[in-house]
Design a protein around this ligand. Structure first.
Ligand code: NDP
Length: 325
């Protein structure tokens, strides 16, 4: 039966105040779908790219990619999940809402011992770290890596995962307090991203250059990242916090010493058969062992989505943020 729910929608791309709390119709789940009543919606910087139009959506658009909640209803072809199960998801559309219909295949079970708000705050971000560290540039331990925005949502997970792997993660962040947080989570060192002599500081730490740079800042950090790489190093460009990189010039990769450049996305990895379930299992196991934990440092009501995006884009947040329906 169709019912009305609260959700966040935009009529056109724009700033944080383009988002409106509206009533939308939620149909009964289709044959292969599950209705999830959301306990918490994860907030990710990608949501701001969807809102601003950097990643275009057809309008009107419902925002939000990540969440966790309780199964409320199931379609007739759903086989593994039942009403009352605790589930979570990443990279869906329309997660800033009280409830969502998703295919059963898009959901993972949240194990006992993991709270729903923790699942909503970690899944997308930790899956990102999983593919960055285990697929894009597989780390085996002993490497020294540069990781931007180390005190952010993805960043604090990366610090913990790197420590677990025996990798020396050198982070960057915009304030001393953020750097301290990154160190507490396992970064070996953390440098202030605004320091004028950042390139020299990086050369002192890694005189031969880094084998890999995980760069989520984009436009503003592109040159710094290129210069920080060792010959044959890998430039992993995985975000646009400061805007998208205009162009990658092959000759510059040659000059840097046969560099590799890649622009990976979580969406690609989610399409690999079985990968999402395997990644979720790795993440929940690491949480159970106490290797990974999630800092939920900002909580907003669903109606406060504008304030949540303003805080995230103004670099006022650390760790993960949630919207609570
Ligand atoms: P964060 O919590 O890390 O927030 C973004 C952080 O980026 C800010 O706190 C800020 O940290 C830093 N930043 C640097 N420059 C700017 C700038 N000009 N404007 C705003 N922020 C800036 O966000 P998420 O954890 O959600 O995501 C982290 C990054 O990972 C994002 O770039 C995101 O797009 C990317 N990502 C990519 C995925 C993929 O598969 N490719 C999947 C998931 C995330 P500071 O103040 O310390 O500089």
């Amino acid at each position: 039966m169709t019912r009305m729910i609260n959700a966040i929608q935009i009529e056109a791309p724009g700033g944080p105040d383009a988002m409106e709390l509206v009533q939308v119709a939620l149909a009964a789940p289709a044959d292969d779908q599950v209705t999830v009543r959301l306990a918490a919606c994860g907030i990710n910087l990608i949501d701001t790219y969807h809102r601003s139009g950097l990643y275009p959506l057809s309008m009107p658009a419902r925002l939000g990619c990540e969440g966790a909640g309780i199964v409320e209803a199931v379609g007739p072809e759903v086989s593994a999940l039942k009403v009352g199960d605790r589930v979570a998801f990443a990279m869906a559309s329309g997660a800033y809402a009280e409830a969502i219909n998703l295919p059963e295949s898009a959901l993972v079970r949240v194990p006992d011992g993991v709270e729903l708000d923790a699942a909503a705050a970690i899944l997308l971000k930790a899956m990102t770290v999983d593919y960055l560290f285990n697929d894009t540039f597989p780390l085996s331990g002993g490497e020294q890596v540069l990781f931007y925005a180390a005190a952010g949502g993805v960043g604090l997970i990366a610090c913990q995962w790197a420590k677990h792997l025996g990798v020396d993660l050198i982070g960057t962040a915009s304030t001393a307090a953020k750097c301290e947080l990154a160190r507490q989570h396992g970064a070996i060192d953390c440098l202030l991203s605004g320091d004028e002599d950042l390139a020299e500081q990086l050369r002192d730490i890694a005189p031969q250059g880094f084998p890999v740079v995980y760069d989520s800042v984009g436009k503003d950090s592109y040159r710094l990242s290129l210069g920080a790489l060792a010959p044959l190093g890998t430039f992993v460009s995985f975000g646009n916090a400061s805007g998208a990189i205009d162009a990658v010039v092959p000759g510059e990769l040659a000059l840097g010493g046969s560099l590799y450049f890649t622009r990976p996305t979580l969406a690609t990895h989610m399409m690999r058969p079985g990968w999402m379930q395997q990644s979720a299992a790795r993440i929940f196991e690491l949480m159970n062992k106490g290797v990974l934990s999630v800092e939920i440092n900002q909580r907003f009501a669903l109606s406060e989505a504008t304030a949540a995006h303003e805080a995230l884009e103004a670099r006022k947040t650390t760790g993960s943020s949630l919207l609570l329906p």
